[in-house]
Design a protein. Structure first.
Length: 223
């Protein structure tokens, strides 16, 4: 199958899965911003999703997308390193036309993956998983998402970890956004520049939404 066997096919899989994950992050950011307006409204959203069958299907689908994205990222990275061979050591300076994020996508991806594991520990394992198991965390009820946000972001070490994670996510997505569109064929010289600008604006707003939640609840905890 060309999507798996060919380099172009793997890049298409990376682009499509990455685009789907960006859409999920957009929804997740919008959902989290509800907590800035009303804890009760946010909890209503959490209760609506919870451990219902559609939420579980969505969770399994997201897990599959993340797995596919990272597996193909490693495959492409190894493939590119083999293709360059010893030549990758010949250049000591980064070409001006090559973004820093482009050369460090694997490292950024690893940081993003570690941040995802932390996020799953802080929220999914204490909310949806607890609801599925019929148990409850010592912090709050599984559907009391506002309480988990307040607890997590009252800890400075979690705040610092999330800021580092979100910074890595910004670099990863800012390159991945336009790179995915380029892979899918929208790579004209004029539109490539436009997509870079659009992507940077979109990703910046996306990440700032998450940062706003983290910092708002942290400073709120100091009052």
């Amino acid at each position: 199958m060309w999507l798996i066997d060919s380099s172009i096919g793997r890049k298409v899989v990376m682009s499509v899965s990455g685009g789907a994950l960006i859409l999920f992050l957009t929804f997740h950011m919008a959902m989290n911003c509800v907590a800035l307006i009303s804890g009760e409204a946010y909890n209503a959203v959490c209760e609506f999703l919870g451990a219902n069958w559609y939420a579980q299907v969505g969770t399994y689908g997201l897990a599959f997308l993340v797995l596919v994205h990272f597996v193909f990222a490693f495959i492409l990275t190894i493939q590119n390193r083999k293709a360059r061979g010893s030549q990758r050591y010949a250049v000591t300076e980064r070409p001006k036309s090559v973004e820093w994020a482009s050369q460090n996508m694997l490292v950024l991806g690893i940081i993003v993956a570690l941040g995802l594991c932390l996020h799953l520990f802080n929220f999914w394992s204490k909310m949806q998983l607890q609801e599925l198991l019929g148990t409850q965390s010592s912090i709050a009820a599984p559907t009391d998402g506002a309480a988990f946000i307040e607890y997590t972001f009252s800890k400075w070490y979690y705040v610092l970890a999330y800021i580092v994670w979100l910074a890595a996510l910004w670099f990863h997505l800012s390159h991945g956004f336009w790179s995915a569109l380029q892979t899918l064929g929208w790579n004209g010289k004029t539109w490539q520049c436009r997509w870079q600008v659009i992507g940077n604006i979109y990703v910046t707003l996306l990440v700032l939404g998450f940062v706003a939640v983290v910092l708002t609840f942290y400073f709120k905890s100091l009052c």
